[in-house]
Design a binder for this molecule. Structure first.
Ligand SMILES: NC(=O)c1ccc[n+]([C@@H]2O[C@H](COP(=O)([O-])OP(=O)(O)OC[C@H]3O[C@@H](n4cnc5c(N)ncnc54)[C@H](OP(=O)(O)O)[C@@H]3O)[C@@H](O)[C@H]2O)c1
Length: 362
């Protein structure tokens, strides 16, 4: 039935994340996708790669910084996805979506300034019945959803989530903008966590996580994300935080500090150094693992939830696509993080159906 067909524009469609979002969206016969990026040749390659989708995929050369390109495309669609390189793009896409009364989902990294500006759009979203959902993907994206999933059936009084992501950096075509944005994110990491109702801050709160199938424990540093801040603020759990494992000792203790020094003088050089360091010293077989360790209220027992996949970009794209499905099928108008928006039970069931390992151990 044509009335069920939803049109979705994906900005950043030729990127590592964007192309998987397009592919997974096209698995749903009720979606039509407009794939957008600035480089026509890359879009044509994408079209060839996804050719079985026939006329449900169109490609459009467009720069989101050119308002004519952007406004024209957004007017045609039910939802716009942002998966370009820089978090600032989120503000451009979200405000254009609001102007056109269209839903918006972004995969951008968690950033306090982004959230301050996105929240200013909340009242307009409420009045027009549209949604802005950002921090979609894995990290940000999954930690708060995992905690909310476990809390559906078990009252807990602490919830710590660790993440470990390995990539074949030497095989990735990373744009310099994405690397520069990534460096800025590392630099602005806020090592805060919520302990017994109080915010604590510092790398000394690092935690050891022994991820499933790993031989040894990994030292993981605290990394505050908006979804964890919201969850803590909601009073749902007295102690919570997200922690991330390092890349490799040489990258963590040499390349990143030097790149940080370079950022102020020359952000592009800093991004290039980071890419070189990751490609030379941190390339490993791909895998993404998230692990929640939660203490059950009053019993001292631990519940563990593990979510993993051998492709970090697949495990980023799949939650975005399920979030889009929930936005289009049951919108909750307003501005949301993915971690706090999604209905957690069906969300993880759907991820499991897509081939992501989801395991809860009591
Ligand atoms: N939440 C998570 O778990 C998670 C995980 C991974 C990545 N991310 C975030 O997701 C985003 C995408 O990451 P990625 O690694 O997939 O990036 P990427 O491979 O570098 O791809 C960037 C894409 O954006 C396009 N682009 C860049 N600037 C544009 C503009 N002004 N207008 C239109 N298109 C533009 C690029 O194509 P052209 O250059 O041809 O325009 C390309 O298609 C980043 O913001 C990253 O931080 C989030």
């Amino acid at each position: 039935m044509t009335s069920q067909i939803k049109k979705i524009a994906v900005f950043g469609a030729t990127g590592q994340t964007g192309r998987l979002i397009c592919r997974q969206l096209l698995e749903n016969q009720n979606y039509e996708v407009i794939a957008c990026a600035r480089t026509t040749q890359k879009l044509e390659k994408l079209k060839a790669y996804l050719d079985e989708s026939g006329d449900r995929l169109t490609i459009r050369t467009a720069d989101l910084n050119r308002s004519d390109d952007l406004d024209k495309i957004i007017k045609e669609v039910d939802l716009v996805v942002g998966s370009t390189s820089q978090w600032q793009d989120s503000l451009t896409l979200a405000s254009s979506a609001v102007k056109a009364s269209t839903h918006y989902c972004g995969t951008y990294l968690s950033n306090p300034e982004k959230w301050k500006q996105l929240r200013e759009l909340n009242s307009t979203c409420l009045s027009q019945g549209t949604m802005i959902v950002d921090d979609c993907g894995t990290h940000p994206g999954l930690p708060a959803a995992m905690i909310r999933r476990v809390m559906l059936h078990t009252p807990i009084h602490s919830a710590w989530v660790g993440g470990k992501f390995d990539l074949e950096w030497d095989r990735l075509e990373l744009s310099i903008e994405t690397a520069t944005d990534f460096m800025a994110e590392i630099q602005s990491t806020d090592p805060s966590l919520f302990v017994k109702g109080q915010w604590k801050r510092g790398y000394s709160y690092a935690r050891q996580f022994k991820f499933q199938d790993s031989q040894k424990s990994n030292n993981c540093i605290p990394m505050l994300m908006e979804e964890i801040r919201e969850l803590a603020q909601s009073g749902a759990v007295p102690s919570t935080g997200f922690f991330i494992a390092g890349f490799s000792p040489f990258v963590d203790y040499v390349i990143i500090p030097v790149s940080m020094l370079l950022t102020k003088m020359n952000p592009r050089a800093s991004g290039k150094l980071l890419i070189w360091g990751l490609q030379r010293f941190a390339s490993r077989p791909k895998c993404a693992k998230l692990q929640l360790e939660a203490e059950v209220e009053g019993s001292g027992k631990t519940v563990r939830m593990m979510v993993s996949h051998d492709d970090p970009y697949f495990i980023t794209a799949a939650p975005v696509v399920e979030t889009i499905r929930q936005v289009l099928s049951a919108p909750k108008p307003g501005v949301w993080t993915q971690g706090m928006f999604v209905e957690p039970e069906i969300f993880f069931d759907k991820l499991k159906q897509k081939g992501i390992d989801v395991d809860i151990q009591m």
